[in-house]
Design a protein around this ligand. Sequence first.
Ligand code: BGC
Length: 397
Amino acid sequence: MQAQLRYHRIPETLSLFAFSMLHFGCGAEGDRSQVIQRDEQPGAAVTREEFGELTDGTSVDVFTLTNMDGMVVRAITYGGIITSLRVPDRDGQIDDVVLGFDDLAGYLSEHPYFGAIIGRYGNRIAGGRFTLDGQEYTLATNNDPNHLHGGITGFDKVVWQAESFERDDSVGVVFTYSSAAGEEGYPGKLDVRVTYTLTENANELVFDYYAVTDAPTPVNLTQHSYFNLAGDGSGNVVGHELTINADHYTPVDSTLIPSGEIAPVVGTPFDFRTATAIGARIDQEDEQLRHGSGYDHNFVLNRSDGPLTHAVLVYEPQTGRTMDVYTAEPGIQFYAGNFLDGSITGKAGNVYGHRSGFCLETQHFPDSPNKPEFPSTILRPGEEYRTRTIYVFGVRP
Ligand code: BGC
């Protein structure tokens, strides 16, 4: 990792999910043999209760994951949505740092993927078309003129099966969903498992993604939480300082499709290699910023030797909260909430104004099915899609 990130706590005090279980060991598949029941012992805990019902009567449950540091994560079976994520600030005050709604009705209304699992394909596919093994496929152009985040009824809008687990160092929930062949125009049946794990005392939230298919298909799963480390509803996020471990990014056209170029960040507003406030350059006159109405771009992460790259550090100066992102993915979409415009009212009556939350979506690059030069997103029968991302929450004095 870059020298400027060295002040941050690294393995001595950080389990990094037990150093990533030597290449995503248990967790990726929710290995039941590792489950230890500790009903009577103190530690992390997980509970399940009803959250609401869809109009057809399908019940949606909420899981509440709690750890020893007072961190609390709530996630529902609809879209695997993280509805709240409560972490301490430098004075020990615990606040919710994600945008969202108080009830299911909010999540069933139109909103920009708050908190959800995204699939089959996170980000855009140009013109909603791609060719795979000589056959052309057509997808919904739900983000005119492109396909975005899996289509009209993506993984963010389906009810997942879910089971909680408790281990000796963590608790979590395993979400499963079987996406039928042809769903949203994608080929092959895709069986997906996404595991959320909260470690007992390192404030790590671990995302393990696993999928298998019976026919070749693109897969690019991610998580779409909107963060405001000063607390949900506390205004815009432009004062957050970001360090992104990326020497390059993928410039886009006016519809946010990459040109294919892997461009250096040096000398551009996309150079976050040293800590820089989100707002420091976001309104500069720059063609790329104009295309995204601010930051809405894929950064090409500098690879490290281990299974995970330390991709991003976020620091919120008022509360001292930090968030580190580690990932096995080659890219990350930094979206600065540019399209939030005050038209959505969320939790506790909070109005989500311009840039009131940001997303850090770990991913393969946008439009990879049409860009043979990008790392492949095609999963084939007999292969396993496995990837891990960890968000680590902390504080600085
Ligand atoms: C995209 C944005 C989009 C947002 C909500 C992000 O992943 O990059 O362009 O507005 O999702 O849909």
